[in-house]
Design a protein around this ligand. Structure first.
Ligand SMILES: Nc1nc2c(ncn2[C@@H]2O[C@H](COP(=O)(O)OP(=O)(O)OP(=O)(O)O)[C@@H](O)[C@H]2O)c(=O)[nH]1
Ligand SMILES: [Zn+2]
Length: 198
C-alpha cells in the first residue's frame, strides 16, 4: 500500500512541493542558500519516514526457545524514538518501554527496538503507535502478555500552538496478562519506573 502511494509521486514533484512551502514561508527558493534545500528535505523524508517500507512482523519471525527454562518477564526499557505527528508533521521525541511474558518463544532483544523504529518512522498519533507496537508483539510472538508504555514530547505543543515546554504525554497498551493480572502490570511498571525525568 505504502509503495503504491509512494510511486505516485516523483522525486521532482516532492522537491517542487518543498519549494512551494519555502515560498509560503516567505523566502526565495532560488537564492543560493536554499537551492539544495528541497533535495535535502526529500532525502530527510526518506529517513524520517522509512518505516512505511518496513514490515515490523518480519522482525519477530525469528525466535528461539533455548533459554534454560526462563519464563519470567522480559523488559526492554528506554528505547529512544523519533516520530512525526500526523496532525502537524512536527517531531515527536521520546522513549518506549516494552515488556512481555514469553510463552516458550523469545526474540532477540534488538528486534523489539526494530519494531518500535518501523512504527515510529511514520506519521503517527502516540496512542496509535503504542497500540501498534503492542499488537505486533502479541500477534507474531503470541506471548502470555505484552505491555508497552510510550513517553513522548510533541513539538507541535512546544514550538507552536500552546507553546508548553516540559510536557510529556504518556500512553500505555497492556494485553493478555499485563491487562488482566494486576501483579504482572505492577511488576512491569516497577521495572520501567516511569516518572519525572524518564
Ligand atoms: N491525542 C493526541 N493528540 C495529538 C497527538 N499529536 C498531536 N495531537 C493533538 O492534535 C490536536 C489537533 O487539534 P486541531 O485543533 O485540529 O489542530 P490545531 O488547531 O493546530 O491545535 P493546537 O495544537 O491546539 O493549536 C492538537 O490538540 C494536538 O496537540 C497525539 O499523538 N495524540
Ligand atoms: Zn501535532
Amino acid at each position: 500500500m505504502a509503495d503504491d502511494i509512494r510511486n505516485q509521486v516523483t522525486r521532482a514533484q516532492a522537491e517542487e512541493a518543498v519549494r512551494t512551502l519555502l515560498r509560503w514561508a516567505g523566502d526565495d527558493p532560488t537564492r543560493e542558500g536554499l537551492l539544495d534545500t528541497p533535495q535535502r528535505v526529500v532525502k530527510a523524508y526518506e529517513d524520517w519516514f522509512s518505516g512505511y517500507a518496513l514490515d515490523p512482523d518480519e522482525y519477530l519471525a525469528r525466535t528461539f526457545e533455548e533459554v534454560g527454562g526462563y519464563d519470567e518477564m522480559i523488559v526492554l526499557r528506554d528505547i529512544e524514538y523519533e516520530s512525526h505527528c500526523e496532525h502537524h508533521m512536527a517531531p515527536i521525541i521520546g522513549k518506549v518501554h516494552v515488556g512481555y511474558l514469553p510463552a516458550g518463544k523469545v526474540v532477540g532483544i534488538s528486534k523489539l527496538a526494530r519494531v518500535v523504529e518501523a512504527y515510529a518512522r511514520r506519521f503517527q498519533v502516540q496512542e496509535k503507535m503504542t497500540a501498534q507496537i503492542a499488537g505486533c508483539i502479541q500477534r507474531v510472538l503470541e506471548p502470555r502478555g505484552v505491555g508497552v508504555v510510550v513517553v513522548g514530547t510533541h513539538e507541535c505543543m512546544t514550538t507552536r500552538g500552546i507553546h508548553k515546554r516540559g510536557v510529556s504525554m504518556v500512553t500505555s497498551k497492556m494485553l493478555g496478562c499485563f491487562r488482566d493480572d494486576a501483579r504482572t502490570r505492577a511488576e512491569f511498571l516497577r521495572f520501567i519506573e516511569v516518572g519525572p525525568g524518564r
